[in-house]
Structures are given as structure tokens and as C-alpha cells.
Design a protein around this ligand. Structure first.
Ligand SMILES: [Zn+2]
Ligand SMILES: [Zn+2]
Length: 168
């Protein structure tokens, strides 16, 4: 369900390849289950929890369990291909990482929706601010917490989440 068909196959393969290189560099063995998890992860878009990934992975191979998914995500974070994020609810979410695709986040505390934004003026302003303070930024993370102004859309999302949580 969360698999986004618009993630181009070449892009998925590029990430799979980069992960293979990391595995070799680290002297780890390649495993088929891990490869499946990595492929499924990079075919998904957004901010993915362990549970969400597990659901998609099980659709491909029901034998793969929580612990393997969890460990693979940690390897992905170690490989620098994936970033772990925790927003307001404290739940760990994972996002494919690339400096080219840098963006920041707005999080609705009512419905939990995560909006992405990128603003070149804001990025430049941060650089300027750092310059003014004789500081060099390696990376940054900007998270804005609040609520959707579109109350109808927000409530629809809340109802959908409640329905999903109760398993309908
Ligand atoms: Zn994001
Ligand atoms: Zn909302």
C-alpha cells in the first residue's frame, strides 16, 4: 500500500548497489532476506516505520520477521543511505537519505501528517547565519510542529488512522 510505483527502478537499483558496497566494505555476508528488505524499503516513499516496512516485506516474503527488518534498517542507517528520524510521537521513522534531496519537515500534532518542504531562501539564510557566527554547517534538521489549517483534511486523516489502528 505504501509502495509508491513512481520510485524509478534505476533509483532503487542505485541504492541497492550502494548498500551492497557497504556490506562488502564492512565484511558482512550478503543475505537474500536482507536484499529483499532493502529493495522494498527503497521502493517506498516517505517516512517509514519498522511496522510499515514489515507489512510490505511480508507481502513479498512472509518468512521475514521483525528482528531481521529491524537489524537491516540499522545497517541502512550505518551505511548512511538512510536517516532515522523521530518526530513528535517518538516513533522511529526511516527515510532514504541523499544530500541532493535535502528537505525539512512540518509535523501536524493532530493527525500526524508529515509535510516536506524545501526553501532555497531559508537554506541560504542558514548559511548566512552560520557565516556571521564563524560557523560551518555540516548538516541541519529543521522540524516545525503545529496543526493543519485544513481542518476537514486533518480530521479525515485522523479518522483514517484510527480505523487503521483498529485493524479495519
Ligand atoms: Zn522527509
Ligand atoms: Zn493534521
Amino acid at each position: 500500500m505504501a509502495i509508491n510505483k513512481t520510485v524509478p527502478q534505476e533509483k532503487v537499483q542505485e541504492k541497492e548497489h550502494a548498500f551492497q558496497e557497504f556490506i562488502q566494505r564492512s565484511g558482512l555476508k550478503t543475505t537474500r532476506q536482507r536484499n529483499t528488505i532493502v529493495k522494498v524499503f527503497f521502493s517506498m516513499k516517505g517516512h517509514i516505520s519498522v511496522e510499515e516496512l514489515l507489512t510490505e516485506v511480508k507481502a513479498v516474503n512472509p518468512k521475514i520477521g521483525y528482528a531481521t527488518v529491524y537489524r537491516t534498517l540499522h545497517l541502512l542507517v550505518e551505511s548512511n543511505l538512510v536517516e532515522e528520524r523521530r518526530f513528535g510521537d517518538g516513533l522511529a521513522r526511516y527515510e532514504g537519505h541523499s544530500s541532493v534531496e535535502h528537505h525539512d519537515h512540518m509535523i501536524c500534532l493532530e493527525c500526524g501528517e508529515i509535510f516536506e518542504f524545501y526553501n532555497p531562501k531559508l537554506e541560504a539564510l542558514q548559511e548566512q547565519l552560520a557565516d556571521d557566527n564563524d560557523f560551518q554547517i555540516y548538516r541541519h534538521r529543521l522540524e516545525l510542529y503545529g496543526a493543519c489549517k485544513d481542518k476537514d483534511a486533518c480530521e479525515t486523516r485522523q479518522r483514517k488512522k484510527a480505523a487503521e489502528a483498529s485493524g479495519d
